[in-house]
Every structure is written in structure tokens, then in C-alpha cells.
Design a protein around this ligand. Structure first.
Ligand code: GAR
Length: 208
């Protein structure tokens, strides 16, 4: 691990299985990522990501996002920010978090909210991106780790990794191939951040 890196204090927000959080945790435990997961939050009470957090003794909580169905806003956003700040989080990792985050969270953690998206942005933003790529007939798919901005899947791109779309692919087989690359890309992006090697030039992320 680089001696010039700083410890990232990560808060993870996820809605599903949490395999991306697991990849970050694995990198930390392998000593290849200088970071700590301080808190895991999910808007889905029985999400597997919370089971993973429990199994690894990571602080975790369910975030009641009612009355909103598709965004993190209002009192839920305020509670989320308060929990993250109380945990000393300085970097927010969206890992399969299926809600739109609003400017309040972005203002609380400026240029410190990252997301992983299962497509090569700007192609196929939004939901079920691998399915969109398959139905469109794309020959290449992949994943993107990016800083989050006020748009949906529009923020500055840190890392992308590509995979082929193969004859006979189903949504499930393509997503599985993309996820293999996600589990490399997210720890890699966080490592660059911890090493202070990311800087913004307009909307371009320059790598030092
Ligand atoms: C990942 O494929 C991630 O890219 C995607 O959800 C999956 C979560 O998997 N995110 C989005 O679609 C966000 N728009 P995980 O819970 O196993 O990390």
C-alpha cells in the first residue's frame, strides 16, 4: 500500500446484495486499500448488504426513506447526513443504492460522493443498465465509477472497465460479467482517491 495515502473513512449506501461493498471490504482486509468502512446504510430493511455488514461487525442501520419512493430527501436525507457525520465518514460510497441522491447530501460531502454504474456512461444511465445495453444491441458493456453530481449518472468519470456482450447473453449473464469488473473498479477508484491522485479539471478527472 502507498505510504502517501490517507485513510478513507467510508460510509456505504446500498439497497441490494452488497457485493460491491464486499469488494471494498476485501481490498481493505487484503491491505490494498487504505480505508475503513465506518457505517453501512440501506433503505431496504432486509437487504443482503445489511446482513453482510452484520456478519463483518460493521456498524449498520436501516434508513427509512418514506414518504419518498425513488429519492433520498427530506428528513431521511437529514438523518442520513447526521449518521454519516456522527460516524466520522468523509467519503460516501453508493454501492447499488437505488435512490436518487439530492443536493443536500452532495453539499455535506463535496466531491466525496462516489457511485458505481453498470454501464459505460454516458450510455445507458438509469435503471437496469445492463438490460438496456443488451436490448440496444451494444457489443461492449461495462461499468463506470464516477463522482456524483446533481444529475442522474452524469458526474465526472473516474474509472471505466469494459466487457464484451457475447452471443447468447441474458441479462443475468451480462450483469454477472459486468460485476466481476465492478469489483475491481471500485477498490481501484477508492485507492486513487486515498492516494490523492484524483483532481478535477472541468468535468474531467485527471489522474496524477
Ligand atoms: C451493481 O451492479 C451496481 O452497478 C448497480 O446495482 C448493482 C448492485 O450490486 N447499481 C445501479 O444500477 C445504480 N444505478 P451489489 O448490491 O451486489 O453491489
Amino acid at each position: 500500500m502507498s505510504t502517501s495515502s490517507t485513510v478513507l473513512k467510508i460510509g456505504v449506501l446500498g439497497s441490494g446484495s452488497g457485493s460491491n461493498m464486499q469488494s471494498v471490504l476485501d481490498a481493505i482486509q487484503a491491505g490494498t486499500l487504505n480505508a475503513e468502512i465506518r457505517l453501512v446504510l440501506s433503505d431496504v430493511a432486509d437487504a443482503k448488504i445489511l446482513d453482510r455488514a452484520r456478519n463483518h461487525n460493521l456498524p449498520h442501520a436501516w434508513l427509512d426513506c418514506a414518504p419518498f419512493k425513488t429519492k433520498l430527501d427530506g428528513q431521511a436525507e437529514q438523518r442520513c447526513i447526521a449518521l454519516l457525520k456522527e460516524s466520522g465518514v468523509d467519503t460516501v460510497v453508493l454501492a447499488g443504492f437505488m435512490r436518487i441522491v439530492k443536493p443536500g447530501l452532495l453539499r455535506a460531502f463535496p466531491q466525496r460522493v462516489l457511485n458505481i454504474h453498470p454501464a459505460l456512461l454516458p450510455a445507458f444511465p438509469g435503471l437496469h443498465a445492463w438490460q438496456q445495453a443488451l436490448e440496444y444491441g451494444a457489443k461492449v458493456a461495462g461499468c463506470t465509477v464516477h463522482f456524483v453530481d446533481a444529475g442522474t449518472d452524469t458526474g465526472p468519470i473516474i474509472i471505466q472497465r469494459a466487457v464484451p456482450v457475447l452471443p447468447g447473453d441474458t441479462a443475468a449473464t451480462l450483469h454477472a460479467r459486468i460485476q466481476v469488473e465492478e469489483h475491481i473498479a471500485y477498490p481501484d477508484a477508492l485507492r486513487l482517491l486515498s492516494e490523492g491522485r484524483l483532481s478535477l479539471s472541468g468535468r474531467r478527472v485527471e489522474l496524477a
